[in-house]
Write a protein that binds this ligand. Structure first.
Ligand SMILES: *[C@@H]1O[C@H](CO)[C@@H](O)[C@H](O)[C@H]1NC(C)=O
Ligand SMILES: *[C@@H]1O[C@H](CO)[C@@H](O)[C@H](O)[C@H]1NC(C)=O
Ligand SMILES: *[C@@H]1O[C@H](CO)[C@@H](O)[C@H](O)[C@H]1NC(C)=O
Ligand SMILES: *[C@@H]1O[C@H](CO)[C@@H](O)[C@H](O)[C@H]1NC(C)=O
Ligand SMILES: *[C@@H]1O[C@H](CO)[C@@H](O)[C@H](O)[C@H]1NC(C)=O
Ligand SMILES: *[C@@H]1O[C@H](CO)[C@@H](O)[C@H](O)[C@H]1NC(C)=O
Ligand SMILES: *[C@@H]1O[C@H](CO)[C@@H](O)[C@H](O)[C@H]1NC(C)=O
Ligand SMILES: *[C@@H]1O[C@H](CO)[C@@H](O)[C@H](O)[C@H]1NC(C)=O
Ligand SMILES: *[C@@H]1O[C@H](CO)[C@@H](O)[C@H](O)[C@H]1NC(C)=O
Ligand SMILES: *[C@@H]1O[C@H](CO)[C@@H](O)[C@H](O)[C@H]1NC(C)=O
Length: 874
């Protein structure tokens, strides 16, 4: 149960868009069972139990482990698993949705506009933000969703309490606010997104640290005892190894305090003032918080200062020689310049506050630790901060664009400080000054806290870390970046995925979505609700591009009669009736390679040459043509392309192009797993024998009038049928009717319509039109096949309306069928009739029919892909 969280592994999703190399990450590592590794998100409990297989990245070189994963069906089923943590699943699904929404807001600045304008209180806007829209969305979602559990263990003064005065005041305020003054705190730990460890480093030091002995072990004991206690008493720490826990400290030794508990140090979210990356502050998981010096604890009238025109001092600093940077500063500037006023001791007659208020720039060098209360003092006094620090991650820098309202000066440039500041044009200074005033709101302490103030900004930083989205920071960048169409498409898909995943959690055999046409319900579905959601999303989003290259008869058409007719039927629908088809290749989610294997065999097969070189050449040439002419094949190595074949040689044909075989979505009748059919990426196409008789097949007698127990008629193709014939063909048993040739005058249709069970053994290939024929005839299919994946099995629960018989059980066939009770048979037969809809061929495709179901299978496979965008070199 440790796979929910991951912050430290580079394989996590990171907004999927960050950069090409990060974008493809995703869920490769999801099920690595090692501690805390795996993606943050996801259908919670791992492959076996997850309603959704995580989408893998097929365009990457696949590892053996991944191939194994890919063999698992995308599965809407809610398999039972003892370890399932449903609460956590729900929590995670909510977060996943939030992630997707934020991601979309990032990509589409207009996305959130309607809801933004609804925020009467404050709408983030302007240059102080990296991406105001994304921040706003994320903030609103936080308000809607975020839930924090505060452990109640521990007594004041070391826990649940700290002083609200002096430079460490944030510890005191945060502890006090989170305990009593926030709606984010909840009492039921089951629903929490994060767990707060309410110790105060300042108080531990104050009460337990002996200034003479200076033994820091007190910190170690207190913190590790605390973690031990809560990890014994509750299950949450062990479940995530601390990853969804957080602590907060403003003390210089905050980082040190966490060092004694490796998971706290390495996994937990640490909200620290001392955000020194050289001391393993990790901005991906740790949150930098501002250090605020509230000398008296009073929080009134902190802000204000003179307008720019009346600020007479260029730059100001007063403070002691702490650390390594200040000596350099003082050495160059101490009381040497009337414009740059630097003091070690401020003369009596000068007021520190007044100096800040009448300076244009306030110098904020690190002291003993990287953070300095001067930054917030400057912001309060409307003085543009000049930051001189090393390895410091600025507070809220995941949403604030510090460059827009502060100056960062490298230590080596300290001698040039005056030149640098003088070089800033007046209008630019005024803009920065205005922005400092704008940003104040995010640093102000309010009691009780107000929206968007420092307390809520800290919570928001933690929220972002919990979402694991901080890594978007480089990307929620206002640096003008052209988001490619593909990225937008992927963001839409991410949203669809999360909504489907969320739907999958509703365990109800009836879809809860509205649909005037058809509402999936009942046990024929692995998960009716998730299927319906997915289907609706497909209707909204799916776009198929059909390559126009290639000529008839080998391309753009397939056989419309005989046993391969589902190939032709699907070709026709994809080419002519396809509501998903787009002519704009840039908006396509999948690309169809319209060669017909049946036609290739018909025209290019040289009888006797089973290596079929001519067919191979044609396919290789075709892929070369489209991959040279368009960027799409190369970009995904074929992973978002699909081919279609009902011919037995479909799989062999695809083998001529390794990526077609291994990466593309192959829609095949011959779905033989022993020949490389991979249900994780390939789609089973139902076989069909389309003739005029198709219509006549529909229907059948009522169960009580079905006089034949089981029926089969067909050629002795393949070894399974040999076994079947051997046992049943010459049998005198009238219940099991197995024929090679039907007696004259007996109609195949009528036999199916009066049989209870119809036998569907593999022939020369695993697929066979008999399954669909049986379903049409209201006859329960008996599937006798090795290595076959039945059509649509990611959404249909085949065992509820068909019988599977192992080849070795053929001699027992009759016993097995007789053993099915009448009640059970009636249920199955009813379900067969219910499932007919999904196998119907309509002249013009209708919703939920065989065409749409096949496209839906392709859609599901596409949802599992992420594509590396090679275009994005900007
Ligand atoms: C956002 O909306 C504005 C006004 O409605 C429009 O001018 C602008 O082009 C839109 N931007 C995008 C990226 O759609
Ligand atoms: C958590 O793990 C620790 C150490 O492995 C163990 O002692 C403790 O009992 C576990 N806690 C729970 C609630 O299972
Ligand atoms: C954190 O993880 C690193 C690498 O896994 C390890 O070397 C280090 O000892 C860990 N830190 C602590 C405090 O356990
Ligand atoms: C940041 O950490 C490094 C490594 O421990 C240390 O050398 C440096 O002094 C720290 N910076 C400050 C300003 O304390
Ligand atoms: C399942 O959904 C149906 C239709 O929305 C509803 O009437 C029924 O109460 C739900 N059942 C459960 C167990 O939630
Ligand atoms: C795709 O890759 C092939 C082989 O690497 C190359 O010949 C072709 O030009 C590439 N296509 C495009 C559009 O760049
Ligand atoms: C597919 O991938 C596997 C493993 O990487 C490789 O062994 C096999 O040769 C590939 N198949 C084809 C047809 O290239
Ligand atoms: C079935 O009977 C026919 C003739 O009665 C015979 O030729 C054939 O070999 C038999 N088949 C099997 C499998 O026994
Ligand atoms: C499935 O593939 C395996 C391996 O190629 C083959 O032995 C088997 O006969 C195939 N099944 C059918 C029914 O063709
Ligand atoms: C018939 O069903 C019973 C119970 O479901 C089972 O124990 C028995 O093995 C079955 N017999 C056959 C021949 O399948």
């Amino acid at each position: 149960m440790k796979q929910y969280f991951n912050r430290k592994n580079d394989n996590t999703i990171l907004f999927s868009l960050v950069s090409a190399s990060l974008a493809i990450v995703c869920f490769v590592a999801v099920f690595k069972d090692s501690k805390g590794f795996s993606s943050f998100s996801l259908s919670a409990a791992g492959p076996a139990s997850s309603p959704w297989r995580p989408w893998t990245t097929r365009n990457l070189e696949t590892t053996p482990g991944e191939i194994r994963k890919q063999k698992q069906l995308i599965n809407l089923e809610n398999k039972k698993q003892k370890q399932k943590d449903e609460k956590l699943e729900k929590v995670e699904a909510g977060l996943e949705r939030a992630r997707a929404l934020i991601r979309e807001a990032v990509l589409n600045p207009n996305y959130s506009s309607s809801s933004s304008s609804e925020d009467k209180d404050y709408v983030p806007h302007g240059d102080i933000y990296r991406n105001a829209h994304a921040f706003h969305w994320s903030y609103l979602l936080m308000e809607k969703l975020f839930k924090i559990f505060v452990y109640e263990e521990g007594e004041p003064p070391l826990f649940h309490y700290a002083l609200c005065k002096n430079i460490y005041s944030m510890e005191g305020f945060f502890l006090s606010f989170i305990e009593t003054k926030t709606k984010f705190r909840i009492r039921n730990p089951e629903e929490a997104h994060v767990y707060f460890l309410p110790f105060s480093v300042v108080m531990i030091i104050e009460h337990l640290f002996d200034p003479i002995i200076r033994d820091k072990a007190v910190l170690q004991h207190t913190v590790s005892d605390y973690v031990r206690i809560i990890s014994h008493k509750y299950r949450y720490w062990n479940r995530s190894l601390g990853t969804d826990h957080f602590m907060l400290s403003c003390h210089d030794w905050g980082p040190l305090a966490t060092w004694y508990v490796p998971e706290l140090y390495n996994n937990s979210i640490r909200a620290l003032c001392n955000a020194n990356t050289s001391e393993h502050f990790n901005p991906k998981k740790d949150a930098p918080i501002p250090e605020i010096n509230l000398v008296t604890g009073e929080i009134k009238s902190l802000t204000g200062g003179l307008p720019p025109s009346r600020r007479t001092i260029l730059a100001f600093f007063a403070g002691r020689l702490h650390g390594e940077i200040r000596p350099v500063l003082l050495q160059h500037w101490k009381e040497k310049d009337k414009d740059v006023q630097v003091y070690e001791n401020l003369p009596q007659e000068l007021s520190y506050q007044e100096m800040l208020k009448k300076s244009k720039f306030c110098i904020c060098p690190s002291g003993y630790e990287v953070a300095s209360p001067r930054i917030v003092e400057a912001i309060y006094a409307e003085c543009v901060p000049v930051l001189i620090s090393q390895h410091y991650v600025l507070p809220f820098s995941d949403v604030l664009d510090w460059d827009s309202f502060s100056i960062q000066v490298p230590v080596s440039e300290i001698p040039n400080l005056k030149k640098i500041l003088m070089g800033i044009p007046e209008d630019q200074y005024v803009r920065m000054y205005e922005r400092v005033k704008m940003v104040q709101r995010h640093f102000v302490v309010n009691n009780p806290p107000l929206r968007y103030d420092v307390f809520h900004m800290i919570l928001h930083s933690i929220w972002l870390r919990r979402l694991n989205e901080l890594k978007q920071a480089p990307q929620v960048d206002k640096v003008v970046r052209r988001y490619s169409k593909l990225e937008k498409l992927e963001a839409g898909l991410a949203r669809a995925r999360s909504s489907i995943r969320e739907a999958a959690l509703i365990r109800n055999s009836t879809s809860t979505h509205r649909d005037s046409d058809y509402v999936p319900r009942g046990s024929i579905y692995t998960n009716a609700n998730a299927f319906h959601r997915s289907y609706l999303e497909m209707e909204k989003l799916f776009k198929i591009y059909v390559y126009e290259e290639g000529e008839l008869p080998l391309f753009h058409d397939g056989p419309c009669k005989n046993i391969y007719s589902s190939e032709g039927s699907l070709f026709r629908d994809l080419e002519f009736y396809n509501i998903y088809r787009t002519k704009d290749s840039d908006e396509a989610l999948v690309f169809f390679l319209p060669f017909s294997v049946v036609k290739l065999v018909e025209y290019l097969y040289v009888p006797g040459d089973y290596r079929i070189p001519g067919i191979g050449r044609a396919v290789v040439d075709y892929i070369n043509t489209v991959s040279t002419k368009y960027p799409f094949w190369n970009r995904s190595l074929g992973a978002d392309h699909f081919m279609l074949a009902c011919h037995d040689w479909g799989p062999r044909t695809s083998k001529f192009v390794p990526n077609l075989f291994n990466k593309s979505i192959r829609v095949l009748c011959n779905a033989n797993t022993s020949e490389g059919f991979n249900p994780g990426k390939d789609v089973t196409l139902p076989g069909l024998y389309l003739t005029e008789k198709l219509g006549g097949l529909l229907g059948g007698l009522s169960p009580s009038h079905r006089s034949i127990l089981a029926f089969f008629a067909g050629g002795e193709h393949g070894h399974i049928r040999s076994v079947l014939f051997q046992h049943w063909k010459n049998s005198t048993d009238r219940d099991i009717q197995v024929h090679k040739y039907l007696p004259a005058g007996v109609s195949y249709n009528s036999m199916m319509q009066k049989s209870k069970f119809c036998l569907c053994p593999s022939g020369y290939e695993v697929g066979s039109p008999r399954i669909v024929e049986a379903i049409y005839a209201g006859c329960v299919p008996v599937i006798i096949k090795d290595g076959y994946v039945p059509p649509f099995s990611d959404v249909l629960n085949w065992k509820t309306f068909s019988v599977k018989v192992e080849v070795k059980e053929i001699p027992n066939l009759k016993n097995i069928l007789m053993n099915i009770s009448q009640r059970q048979y009636l249920r199955m037969q009813r379900r067969v009739k219910q499932v007919q809809r999904h196998f119907l061929v309509n002249e013009t495709p209708k919703r939920f029919d065989i065409f749409h179901m096949t496209v839906h299978s392709i859609w599901l496979r596409r949802l599992n892909v992420q594509i590396k965008d090679f275009d994005d070199q900007s």
